[in-house]
Design a binder for this molecule. Structure first.
Ligand code: GLU
Length: 411
């Protein structure tokens, strides 16, 4: 049986985006499922637009996701190989020089079978004699890709739907070079929640943005694997190993795949919840100011671990634990309560907490909202936060009393 060999072939002309990452994941899963090889190939034939920092970004993003490649190639290192094939095409009459090098297009119907879409037929007549190289040493995208797929023995080309129209040209070149045609699978477009093609206005496209926001790579991997593929049941949380086992190209859908940010947040939350407490704290560290580390970090981490969907949420949502922000005293007042009553209740709460009495029992008697709302606001300074008892556990008695005293003084 032939060895399964797949590749991700990003052009380093911009940051690696979620579409590349999704294609990388599908190529990776498909290869690993059958014990095959996954290859990273940098397609930098466009020398004006290609930049080394984008290659670095692509590698960093793939390492972050755990998409480990078995082999690595960069097209600009392979000029000799291309030039050999270009000469062959010129010699056998499949290409000719006219300032640039053009492919002599036979202009016929090209058919291929797509694993996801079935049979596809295109008339290549209108394409004319398309340019395949600038000169004998400088192939353009179509030719370089065909030569590489052949030299690298790529068995399956798994890439975005936007490349369907490139496939007939590439097949014609394969025929002229007497290369076998690999199998094709064109993945559905990724759409925003309004069903238009995913773009900047739907939010971040670059994978590095998601890393910066503090999504866990395992969660991102899981989420991207479900963009256009789903297993036989409704399960949504999978480890990488489980995905390798379950993945199949036959279960990839034809229709556009919606990039649903709420689903990403939900998946990510599930992964954060499952982290070991110590591990969670380690992961939070790059997202918090240095001063927070010596304060109540572990208590705050415990309080927020089940409440956030990405690590950067902690920075904003748990901030009040470390630094009480300024707030409007009106926020302390529950519904129709008066200022005086609010103040009296907070004074009573202060006394009870000071003498380790039962503030909840008092609230049950006096009115839950009437007591616990101002207490919670005095501790957090916020409209929304965890409950006062939980916050006090993290803050400790002294700091809690200080904040309540401050609230009383504001009323
Ligand atoms: N370099 C192409 C791109 O970035 C990839 C083409 C392919 O996968 O064949 O879109």
């Amino acid at each position: 049986m032939e060895e399964i060999r797949t590749r991700l072939a990003p052009s380093p002309t911009g940051l690696l985006h979620v579409g590349n990452a999704r294609a990388g994941i599908f190529n990776f899963l498909f290869a690993k499922k059958s014990g095959g090889k996954f290859i990273l190939r940098i397609e930098d034939t466009d020398i004006e637009r290609s930049k080394p920092e984008y290659e670095e970004d692509a590698k960093a993003a793939m390492r972050w996701l755990g998409l480990n490649w078995d082999e690595f190639y960069r097209q600009s290192d392979r000029k000799e190989i291309y030039s050999h094939h270009i000469k062959k095409l010129l010699e056998n009459g499949s290409a000719y020089v006219s300032d640039v090098i053009r492919f002599k297009n036979p202009g016929r119907i090209v058919k291929f079978y797509d694993i996801i879409r079935g049979n596809i037929e295109t008339d290549t007549k209108d394409l004319g004699d398309f340019v395949i190289a600038k000169d004998e040493k400088t192939p353009l995208y179509h030719l370089a890709a065909v030569i590489d797929d052949f030299e690298m023995k790529i068995s399956h080309i798994i890439r975005g739907e936007d490349h369907i129209s490139n496939t007939p040209r590439q097949i014609l070149i394969q025929e002229a070079l007497r290369c076998p045609t690999p199998k094709y699978a064109h993945l559905p477009l990724i759409l925003g929640s309004d069903r238009s093609k995913l773009s900047k206005r739907h939010g971040a496209e670059a994978l590095s943005e998601y890393k910066k926001l503090g999504y866990l790579p395992e969660a991102m991997f899981n989420f991207l694997a479900l963009l256009g593929w789903h297993p036989e049941d409704d399960r949504e949380i999978f480890t990488k190993e489980e995905l390798i086992e379950q993945f199949s190209l036959e279960r990839v859908q034809k229709g556009g795949a919606i990039f649903d940010k709420r689903k990403l947040d939900w998946i990510s939350r599930e992964y954060i919840k499952k982290l070991d407490g110590k591990d969670f704290i380690e992961k939070l560290k790059p997202f918090i100011p240095e001063e927070w580390r010596n304060k109540n970090l572990s208590g705050a981490a415990r309080l927020f671990q089940d409440r956030i969907s990405k690590l950067s949420d902690f920075t904003t949502e748990a901030k009040f634990i470390f630094e009480l922000g300024d707030y409007d005293p009106a926020l302390l007042i529950w519904k129709n309560a008066s200022r005086e009553d609010t103040k009296k209740r907070l004074e009573k709460a202060f006394e009870l907490i000071f003498s380790s009495g039962d503030v909840v029992a008092y609230a049950k008697k006096e009115g839950m909202g009437e007591v616990l709302w101002p207490l919670r606001v005095s501790l957090s300074g916020l409209k929304n936060s965890p409950g006062p008892i939980e916050i006090m556990e993290v803050l400790g008695k002294e700091e809690s009393l200080k904040r309540i005293r401050h609230a009383i003084s504001k009323l």
